[in-house]
Write a protein that binds this ligand. Structure first.
Ligand SMILES: Cc1cc2nc3c(=O)[nH]c(=O)nc-3n(C[C@H](O)[C@H](O)[C@H](O)COP(=O)(O)OP(=O)(O)OC[C@H]3O[C@@H](n4cnc5c(N)ncnc54)[C@H](O)[C@@H]3O)c2cc1C
Ligand SMILES: NC(=O)c1ccc[n+]([C@@H]2O[C@H](COP(=O)([O-])OP(=O)(O)OC[C@H]3O[C@@H](n4cnc5c(N)ncnc54)[C@H](OP(=O)(O)O)[C@@H]3O)[C@@H](O)[C@H]2O)c1
Length: 238
């Protein structure tokens, strides 16, 4: 799929936590985007200082079968140029976008268990991939490890429980690295969860999050014998 330029308008914005917003874009011209789960789009961000523009990449959370509306997750914590620009726009505002970008997509590992490991908004491409596997009635065992900091950083909880109750092949662990005192769930980083695997030779793993986490997790999986480990290559992106 070759990337093309398109226009989209902001249809809705949902505040999921203090820092995380889910933004739904409606495609304008063209009216649909063909993409594969795991791919991203690049938003053109006007740079007031230089008068030129910057590109900021956002993974698509929504699966390809809903191709007229695109869902993104935005972390507004640090308020850099891209996130500030996106969040200052109101419902109905038009954005210049290109896509789809990236080769972090589902591979054919039909005889393996699928392991998805994400931290923070790194859940975005993994979400699209897992939703696509469900839409295709995949019977492969699917495990999701998702790392967040504390209870108030959690979102998509109802969606995760729905997935778990509807898909017997799906399980997930949401682990908190810095929980407050009353937390009864998993505590620690996603790397701690991986220590429970004596071998990872039987899994195909998809990893997304900050660069340090991606390196640590992929190294650990390789040490445990995994050969099918996939992550986003950032070489050609800003
Ligand atoms: C393929 C891909 C997919 C992605 N998907 C997502 C996604 O789904 N959701 C998401 O939220 N992000 C995603 N990102 C990250 C996203 O593209 C942006 O990098 C992110 O939103 C930050 O961009 P920004 O312009 O807001 O911050 P930037 O302006 O790039 O700043 C980044 C950080 O540096 C700090 N900073 C900037 N300038 C200075 C300075 N002069 N001095 C000190 N500190 C400074 C900022 O405060 C901020 O913390 C993705 C990235 C890639 C490559
Ligand atoms: N397609 C893509 O490439 C793509 C898509 C979406 C997002 N992203 C990237 O994903 C990142 C998400 O950032 P975020 O701020 O939302 O969350 P984050 O800072 O990545 O995640 C927070 C959680 O990750 C843990 N963590 C930090 N470093 C770790 C490591 N080395 N190993 C294991 N766990 C680690 C933190 O633990 P502590 O509390 O102990 O620090 C915390 O629990 C961003 O860098 C974004 O650019 C990439």
């Amino acid at each position: 799929m070759t990337a093309c330029s398109f226009r989209a308008t902001i249809l809705s914005i949902r505040q999921l936590t203090r820092d995380i917003r889910e933004m739904t874009l409606e495609m304008r011209a063209p009216s649909e985007l063909s993409f594969q789960p795991g791919q991203s789009i690049a938003v053109t961000v006007p740079d007031q200082n230089s008068g030129s523009s910057l590109l900021r990449y956002y993974s698509l959370v929504s699966p390809p079968h809903s191709s007229t509306q695109l869902i993104l997750l935005l972390n507004s914590h640090d308020r850099g140029k891209g996130s500030t620009f996106l969040l200052e726009n109101e419902i109905g505002a038009e954005l210049q976008i290109s896509g789809p970008h990236g080769s972090f997509i589902l591979q054919d590992d039909l005889d393996r268990e699928l392991l998805f490991v994400g931290t923070g908004t790194g859940i975005a491409p993994l979400w699209s991939m897992i939703a696509t596997l469900f839409a295709e009635s995949s019977s492969q065992p699917i495990t999701l490890f998702w790392g967040l900091r504390n209870e108030s950083d959690r979102y998509y909880l109802q969606e995760l429980d729905l997935w778990k109750s509807h898909h017997k092949n799906f399980s997930y662990v949401l682990t908190l690295s810095q929980p407050r005192s009353a937390w009864n769930g998993s505590t620690g980083r996603v790397t701690d969860l991986l220590q429970t695997y004596t071998t990872a030779a039987h899994v195909a793993a998809y990893v997304c999050g900050n660069r340090g986490m991606v390196k640590e997790v992929t190294d650990l999986l390789h040490e445990k014998g995994a050969s099918a480990v996939y992550w986003e290559r950032h070489d050609e992106k800003s």
